[in-house]
Design a protein around this ligand. Sequence first.
Ligand code: NAP
Length: 296
Amino acid sequence: MYDIIIVGAGPAGLTAAIYGVRANKKVLVLEGKAYGGQIINAEKIDNYPGMPHISGFDFATSLYKQTLELGAEIKLEKVLSITKEKVVVTNKNKYQAKAIILATGAENRKLSLANENRLIGKGISYCATCDGNFYKGKIVAVNGGGNTALSDALYLAPIASKVYLIHRRDSFKAEAKLVEDLKTKDNVELILNSSITSLNGDDKLESITVIDDNENTHNIKVDGLFVAIGQIPQNDIFADTIDISLNGYIKSDDGVHTNVPGIYVAGDARVKDLRQLTTAINDGAVSADIAVKEMI
Ligand code: NAP
């Protein structure tokens, strides 16, 4: 029996664990892949107050160690289901908790084009900071118009010989500062109002085909393509137990409670406007604080 079981060891989940153990609760964090969540891929975090320039890896590793040192258990097990009675079933065990905090984050969205899966690691990547160095002096493209795509293009500009930023609109979701910075880079070319329609190459990616709003198609020779078109939540397994929005995020009237008493949500997994490190950390702290206060 645990007081709190947290699903997901990203910033929201680990912060919830810290607040749980510091309230003297027995806390277990379950993670299906690796600690750190999406932030572990950020080359540099510039918008976390008081910690300018820290890398995502350093931040996530420090948070992970801090959580363990404070006394939380963290197990690498994939959660398969939860019940309203707070039973958590994983690929290895079955646990009972008094409260559950769901901090499952989200995963990279794929283009869903032919060849995409086959060419992953052979020219197609979803993480510029992980794979960017493989493209020293080469030609790369980044697809997307959000903070991730713009950050990726900025990261790749000093590494690659040429960076195409391909986006399906002529306006960006990304912060204006990132767009301004990108426009100062001589080797970056913006290809706007355009979508990728095919990924070409046998053993490795050789080119991409792009179509613009006027239905003109272009073949662009690239060595690498970084897909940065957003995330999709991972909450299908909870759909029998709690309310999930149409696009897969966990519903919460106040940003903490789900519709089931004793089951809470934190971080990118929930319906929210601003998915950032700062807001994930905030969610983790608040969800654990409320879970502790409401615990029978
Ligand atoms: P995002 O903000 O959801 O942006 C996704 C982009 O991909 C949008 O420009 C979208 O186009 C485009 N897109 C979506 N589906 C597409 C498809 N099928 N084909 C082509 N383009 C597609 O995702 P994100 O950039 O990964 O950011 C996710 C969250 O993390 C955001 O809240 C972001 O602010 C945050 N983030 C923060 C930092 C930081 O704090 N420094 C860094 C990275 C990310 P439309 O604009 O046309 O919808």
